[in-house]
Design a protein around this ligand. Structure first.
Ligand code: WQD
Length: 338
């Protein structure tokens, strides 16, 4: 059976394609290139030596979605990455985020249902936990979001839960990502944010290659070991493997389940700066500035459930993440150029 990967040209999407193709899976890919470039898919083919069908299509285009399922009747499941994902941007453009992430996902689920495809692995986020009452975070912690981006993730989880209550033939495996960073060890694919990176690690690697001058550290007065924000950084290759394990789980079950995909370890902003400098020998100039609105002090996973149910644990550590991210950024200072 084939797997449809929506948003397959993106950061997590490309790394998951490599994982699936190298595991011998047949994939069909769709992407609208709104936040990615065709070169990323060419690199996936170069890494794996495998080919796959690609559709440049938007989730809001029902006819395009139907065409994909009609032309590929052997699609048995979907890995759904496609979506807008910048927290700050979602606060400025809520309508765009709800239209794209919710209406787009509803059109995808409707087309799946009409074509009898009832298995989905969904790209959710630790952001659904909002301000966690404590750390490490377990899957049964209270859910609360504070921005439209996070709201679209939580709403989609609830939509899937209601679909499954109405039709128990459906299966949804929801992966709540913590902070994905790093790159494939080849240096051919990696994180390629548009414009100035919102996230910490691509900002650090761009300072490392001289594309940006100085890192602004958003606050050093948090109740953490060094005052800067603590997060659970996970190598994108480990995250990709979690999707393979989730698909294998989805193929033998029905219903809905949720998994924290993190390492279970928290590192601060300054820990990450020091690790990157140690691994690469480069210096990261930084300045402590005010806190970023909406940031929390600490967020890291309890990944026990993914280990017990999916037989998944993170293999890579911070040093691997720094080494691989720097190789990608050094080889591709301007990211994908076409
Ligand atoms: C990490 C730490 C910042 C940038 C977000 C989304 C989440 C997911 C991952 C999509 C924090 C600090 C950051 C900078 C800094 N996105 N920082 N200077 O906020 O944990 O999570 O990205 O799925 O849903 O919420 O990640 O990398 O932005 O921040 O000091 O220039 O780095 O304050 O402590 P975050 P981040």
């Amino acid at each position: 059976m084939k797997i449809l990967v929506t948003g397959g040209a993106g950061f997590i999407g490309t790394h998951t394609l490599v994982e699936l193709l190298e595991a011998g899976k047949d994939v069909v890919v769709m992407d609208n290139f709104s936040n990615s470039k065709p070169e990323s898919l060419a690199r996936v083919k170069k890494i794996t030596g495998k080919d796959f069908k690609f559709y440049e299509a938007d989730m809001l285009d029902t006819a395009a979605l139907d065409r994909i399922f009609e032309e590929n009747p052997d699609i048995g499941s979907v890995v759904h990455f496609a979506g807008l994902k910048a927290v700050g941007e979602s606060c400025e453009q809520p309508m765009r985020y709800y239209t794209n992430n919710i209406s787009g996902t509803l059109k995808l689920l409707d087309s799946m249902n009409r074509h009898g495809v009832k298995k989905i692995v969904f790209s959710s986020s630790a952001t659904v936990y909002g301000l966690p009452k404590s750390v490490p975070i377990k899957e049964d912690f209270p859910l609360k979001t504070y921005n439209p981006y996070g709201e679209t993730k939580l709403m989609t989880e609830r939509i899937l839960s209601d679909i499954i209550k109405a039709d128990p033939e459906w299966c949804a495996v929801i992966l709540r990502y913590f902070n994905p960073i790093g790159a494939h060890s080849s240096g051919l694919i990696g994180e390629d944010p548009k414009g100035i990176p919102n996230n910490l690690f691509p900002y650090i690697t761009q300072v490392g290659v001289g594309k940006l001058k100085k890192l602004r550290v958003f606050g050093d007065d948090y109740p953490t070991h060094d005052g800067t924000g603590v997060r659970d950084y996970i190598h994108v290759a480990d995250l990709a493997n979690a999707h393979l394990k989730a698909l294998e789980y989805a193929e033998k079950t029905v219903g809905i389940d949720y998994f924290n995909i993190g390492t279970g370890k928290g590192y601060s902003v300054l820990d990450m700066v020091k690790a990157y400098e140690r691994i690469t020998g480069k210096t990261i100039a930084y300045e402590i500035v005010d806190r970023r609105p909406g940031d929390i002090a600490e967020c890291y996973a309890d990944p026990t459930k993914a280990k017990e149910v999916l037989n998944w644990t993170a293999k890579y550590g911070i040093d691997d993440m720094c080494r691989d991210a720097d190789r990608w950024q050094t080889n591709n200072p301007e990211g994908y150029t076409k």
